[in-house]
Design a protein around this ligand. Structure first.
Ligand SMILES: CCCCCCCCCCCC(=O)SCCNC(=O)CCNC(=O)[C@H](O)C(C)(C)COP(=O)(O)OP(=O)(O)OC[C@H]1O[C@@H](n2cnc3c(N)ncnc32)[C@H](O)[C@@H]1OP(=O)(O)O
Length: 184
């Protein structure tokens, strides 16, 4: 992965262990919001990512490129692929049981991805220091060990739940997840 210093953890940054309250190894990860473009089942043209965590710290997910996701004819749009990476990265950092948002996302496009392709995504954490989480992801064509089509590195920044209340609609999220608190 070609990544900048802004998405590379400073030397010595620890990789956190699995957190208390994280889904057990092998758990399916549900959607955080039913209308989310990345994972929501109620989004008509969304990515509908289906994800599991094999070990409570990383995420594996699949996404099948549909006709609504085209850029060039019958090829995935690069922005859609970046959205898929953002989503799987967001799912993985949430395993650390704090709210984070993407601050920076860097993407390498390695292979064209035709409509109908199932991408096998994987995301993991390279370290957390203070509010900053350094994450990485890859998408492979057709199988978990297929050729890499897309790679991403990201910086996520921890926010309070007030971020979602002040700038968005926290009530819409809490209506679906009773475990989210605005003032934990
Ligand atoms: C309900 C739950 C459901 C869970 C919801 C799950 C959603 C999953 C969806 C996928 C995730 C998304 O797409 S999230 C949506 C896309 N992202 C966003 O909308 C975020 C918009 N940006 C912001 O709100 C803000 O810029 C923040 C929160 C990222 C940072 O603002 P801030 O809180 O004032 O903090 P700030 O001091 O600026 O930055 C903190 C530290 O991070 C560094 N930093 C900040 N931005 C950058 C950057 N682009 N590149 C490098 N470094 C950066 C700063 O230098 C600083 O380092 P130092 O000085 O401390 O060393």
């Amino acid at each position: 992965m070609t990544r900048s210093s802004r998405t590379s953890p400073p030397p010595g940054t620890p990789v956190p262990p699995a957190q208390l309250g994280a889904p057990p190894p092998g758990s399916a990860l549900g959607s955080h919001y039913s209308r989310c473009f990345g994972c929501g089942s109620d989004h008509p043209t969304g990515l509908h990512l289906a994800a599991v965590t094999p070990d409570s710290t990383t995420v594996e997910a699949t996404f099948t490129v549909g006709e609504a996701h085209q850029g060039a004819p019958m090829l995935a749009h690069g922005g859609v692929l970046a959205a898929a990476m953002d989503e799987v990265l967001g799912m993985s950092v949430y395993l650390f049981r704090k709210p984070y948002v993407t601050a920076r996302l860097e993407t390498d496009y390695v292979l064209p991805v035709p409509v109908g392709t199932t991408l096998h995504l994987r995301a993991w954490c390279n370290g957390i220091t203070g509010r900053k989480a350094y994450l990485e992801a890859e998408g492979r064509v057709g199988a978990p060990d297929g050729p890499v089509a897309v790679r991403a590195a990201a910086l996520f920044v921890e926010v309070s739940m007030r971020h979602f209340a002040e700038h968005g609609d926290l009530a819409a999220i809490t209506a679906e997840h009773q475990d989210y608190e605005v003032n934990p």
